[in-house]
Design a protein around this ligand. Sequence first.
Ligand code: PMP
Length: 319
Amino acid sequence: ATCDVDGEWTTGQLEPYGDLSLSPAAAVLNYGQGIFEGMKAYRTVDGAVAVFRPDQNAKRFAEGAGRMSMPPVPEDVFVDAVKKTISANRDFIPPEGKGSLYLRPLLIGTGPILGLGPAPSYDFLVYCSPVASYFKGGQLTPIDLVVEETYHRAAPGGTGSTKCVGNYSPVLKVQLKAKKEGFSDVIYLDAVNNKYIEEVSSCNFFAVKGKTIATPALGGSILPGITRKSVIELAKKKGYVVEERNVSVEEVLDADECFCTGTAVVVVPVGSVTHRGEKKVFKGGKVGEVGQSLYDELTGIQAGKLEAPEGWLVNVPEG
Ligand code: PMP
């Protein structure tokens, strides 16, 4: 779908996957007006197809658009496009338990502009791909993280709470370096104190101590993960105390167990955290019980095996 200067959206259509044609002066190429979403559709145990909490992605997308000086895509336009994309790609959705269909909605400033200013027009599109486990070794394989003290992912007042394209390019080199050193990914710290955990490149972070689960509060520099929000609800239902607040590196190193959450990673246990060359191993490098139980609960809901809270699992009918 396209949005013109008056903020009116056209009705979109399904097209075969292929290249886009862009003006060299497109605002997204020059001024970075671009945001995206990541969401998944699953085949459920009864063979139906469902998408997880699309209204939440629509809301985050609209907020991100506002922050990046772009017109928001209305929630109904967003959800409808996502459902149509899933329907058209039903045959590519792996069987239950074998993976999912990852969906990538994009909003980009496609209109040309030379002087600094917002694009005169925008394009909203959704593409997709079947996916399996995000990290090596399959889901629930503990990951090894390293605390990054030189580079930050986001700063207060910046764009950390949006999925804007520019947030991801500076982390690529940091992530690559960590991977070369044998780590799965990087933990970013807050840009003010260089002391409190923010998040990992593509997921949110949780630390467990006894019956308390602590996770960094959303202060504007962390992505408000939809899996994060969902897992917080599930953990509270299970009787854990969930605290959204500052979580220091020291607290993490003293935790019983840590895990990360995200659409791509689901709930992944943290096997170790390395800080200034010192490696702290959790649970002997095995899956912790809190992470395991939240993984079971979340994937059970997504597979239609466990009852889903209202609105979490949206059925996508055929055709
Ligand atoms: N943090 C960052 C930086 C991310 O890119 C993602 C993935 N969207 C997340 C956290 C997790 O968010 P969600 O649970 O909505 O996928």
